[in-house]
Structure formats: structure tokens, C-alpha cells
Design a protein around this ligand. Structure first.
Ligand SMILES: Cc1cc2nc3c(=O)[nH]c(=O)nc-3n(C[C@H](O)[C@H](O)[C@H](O)COP(=O)(O)OP(=O)(O)OC[C@H]3O[C@@H](n4cnc5c(N)ncnc54)[C@H](O)[C@@H]3O)c2cc1C
Length: 303
């Protein structure tokens, strides 16, 4: 790791001040949240920001809150560890907690923020698929005011989002979901820990109490396209149907056809595609079976 080049460092106390700093200093600046992507980019990948604006002194940007309308708001500076261990998230959306638990190591998760995970826009970002299946929206603030975009439309390509360089992601909101929602996130990476996803699959659907029919099916694939990808044909194949192992396999095959993987140091495109099929099938069946009761059970269900 090399030493970083010198840079100006600002610690604003409000969003207004942060926006003003970006306006005054012009292009070439970066926001800093947990730094687990940014510092690596500076020390190992040759990124030389002209200045850095630390977001951590701005109050109100972290925390998980249930709103009166049943939606859940997650501040952009909330750490992956907070999402992993939040009683509210664990109870309502255990697969979202699980997606946070998949990030790096406990040391990384204590620093890594969900906003940084989204803003960095790595195709393999573990937080994105589970939030997208939950229909999450992203609230963005800039000098020209604020706007809210569906997270599904937030990503533009590797390292690229709809945000302009002076905009700040301030929170993610999960709209109210029905009582029969089930879901799962599987990160497939043979090393299991401290590795990026070869394939990530998140699924969510409402499971009929007596007829076991699947409604409102959403399937999102990570690490197999330039951005997280909704497998819409696969979703349609399951919509309104009763889930069986045979159907889960067929839906997995359709999702594999929809994936657009590349070959890289981790995996060939063909292997990734095959794993999309297998992991989608498994995620659909796991979701119906309910959250695993232990780490061991979860591991055995995955492989
Ligand atoms: C050893 C190691 C293992 C890792 N393993 C995983 C893994 O398994 N899965 C995974 O998904 N990731 C992994 N990561 C990547 C990283 O930890 C996550 O992407 C993390 O969530 C980034 O958050 P951060 O707060 O550290 O972001 P930072 O590094 O602070 O910022 C990342 C980028 O986003 C911008 N940014 C940050 N917050 C905001 C905001 N609120 N508004 C606008 N822009 C913003 C920054 O300017 C910067 O460009 C790993 C990293 C390391 C070092």
C-alpha cells in the first residue's frame, strides 16, 4: 500500500455545509463515509482526490427507524454491522441482515456504511440486491434540493450512479411490506469469507398462507451484470404459481439466461451463469422454508 498524495480534508457539520464545500471547491472532491472503499482506492488503485469531505460529523445520517406508515428508513451512514444486528431488520427482513453480514469481516462491517456500499456501485455490492427486492428508494440531496429515486434505477454501471459528484445519498427507505413476505439473499463465493460475491441472488415474494402461491415476486442478481439486475422473466414465471422444486429449478434457469456475466479473475462467465441458476433455485426454496435458525443450518442450506 502506498502513502496517499496530500489532500484537503473537510468535516462539515451539516448537509448544507457539505454541499457548499463541494460547490466552492469544484470537481475532484470525494465524500468519505467509512472509508473502506475510498481509502483502498487511494492507497492501491491510484485515486488522487483533490479534497475529501467527511460526512461523519453530520447528524441524522445514521440509524434505522420504523416510520408511522410502516416503512423503514436506514440512514446512509448506518454501518453494515448495525444492519446485521438490528432487532427490527433481523425480525422483519432477516435476509437483509444476512446480506449485511456477508460484507468482509466484522472489522470492515463496523466501518462500512450502507450508503458507501450503494454509492461505490460495485456490481458485487452485497447490500444492493436485498434492498432492491424490498423496493427500496434512495434519497439524494444536493445544492439544487433533494430527490428520491428507486434503488433499482440508482445504478448506472460499475462505479457509476445517478448521483452527480456534489450529491449526497442521505437515506434508503423500505416501503411497508405485507405480513406474508418471505425472502432470501445468497452470496455465492467459494471462499465464503473476505471475498467478493461471484454471484449474489436476492429473492422476495408474498407466500399464500393456505394455497402457497407466490405473489409480488422479485428476483435481483448481483455480480453478473454491470449493475444489480432484476430477473424479470424469471419473476413472471413464478408469479401466481405454487412453488415446487421443479418450478424453482425452471425459474433458476430463466434467471441464468437473463444474467449478463463476465469472465474475470474470480470466475468464468459460464460458471457464474450456472451458479445463478443453482442459487436462484436455492434462494426461492430457502425463502419459503423461513429464516435459518443457526449459522450451521444456513450454511448447509446454501451449498
Ligand atoms: C477487506 C474488504 C472486504 C470487503 N468485502 C466486501 C464484501 O464482501 N461485500 C461488499 O459489498 N463490499 C465489500 N467491501 C467493500 C466496502 O466495505 C463496502 O462497499 C462498504 O459498504 C463501503 O462503505 P464505506 O462507508 O466504507 O464507503 P467509503 O469508502 O467511505 O465510500 C465509498 C464511495 O462512496 C462515496 N460515498 C460514501 N458515502 C456516500 C454518501 N452518503 N453519498 C454519496 N457518496 C458517498 C465515497 O465518496 C466513495 O467514492 C470490502 C472492503 C474491504 C476493504
Amino acid at each position: 500500500m502506498k502513502r496517499t498524495e496530500p489532500f484537503e480534508f473537510y468535516q462539515p457539520a451539516s448537509l448544507q455545509e457539505a454541499s457548499r464545500l463541494l460547490k466552492e471547491n469544484g470537481p475532484g472532491g470525494r465524500f468519505l463515509a467509512g472509508g473502506t472503499d475510498l481509502v483502498i482506492a487511494m492507497k492501491e488503485k491510484g485515486l488522487v482526490p483533490k479534497y475529501i469531505v467527511d460526512l461523519k460529523r453530520i447528524s441524522g445520517l445514521s440509524g434505522i427507524r420504523e416510520q408511522s406508515d410502516g416503512s423503514i428508513t436506514i440512514g446512509a451512514l448506518t454501518t453494515m454491522r448495525e444492519i446485521e444486528t438490528s432487532p427490527l431488520i433481523t425480525k422483519k427482513y432477516s435476509f437483509l441482515s444476512q446480506s449485511a453480514a456477508e460484507v468482509g469481516s466484522i472489522q470492515i462491517r463496523n466501518r462500512a456504511t450502507v450508503g458507501g456500499n450503494m454509492a461505490n456501485a460495485t456490481p458485487s455490492a452485497d447490500g444492493a440486491p436485498a434492498l432492491i427486492v424490498l423496493n427500496a428508494t434512495a434519497k439524494i440531496v444536493g445544492a439544487n434540493g433533494d430527490r428520491t429515486v428507486p434503488l433499482e434505477e440508482f445504478f448506472r454501471g460499475p462505479g457509476q450512479t445517478v448521483m452527480t459528484s456534489d450529491e449526497i445519498l442521505i437515506e434508503l427507505t423500505i416501503p411497508k411490506t405485507g405480513p406474508r413476505l418471505v425472502g432470501e439473499y445468497i452470496k455465492f463465493s467459494p471462499r465464503e469469507m473476505m471475498d467478493l460475491a461471484y454471484v449474489g441472488v436476492a429473492v422476495a415474494y408474498n407466500l399464500g398462507a393456505s394455497d402457497k402461491k407466490c405473489e409480488g415476486v422479485r428476483i435481483v442478481l448481483g455480480a453478473v451484470a454491470p449493475t444489480p439486475l432484476r430477473a424479470k422473466r424469471a419473476e413472471a414465471a413464478l408469479e401466481g404459481q405454487t412453488l415446487t422444486e421443479t418450478l424453482a429449478e425452471k425459474v433458476g434457469q430463466i434467471a441464468a439466461e437473463e444474467a449478463k456475466p463476465i469472465s474475470d479473475v474470480r470466475s468464468s462467465a459460464d460458471y457464474r451463469r450456472a451458479m445463478v441458476g443453482a442459487m436462484t433455485k436455492r434462494a426461492l426454496l430457502n425463502a419459503a422454508a423461513g429464516p435459518a435458525k443457526s449459522w450451521v443450518e444456513r450454511r448447509e442450506r446454501r451449498y
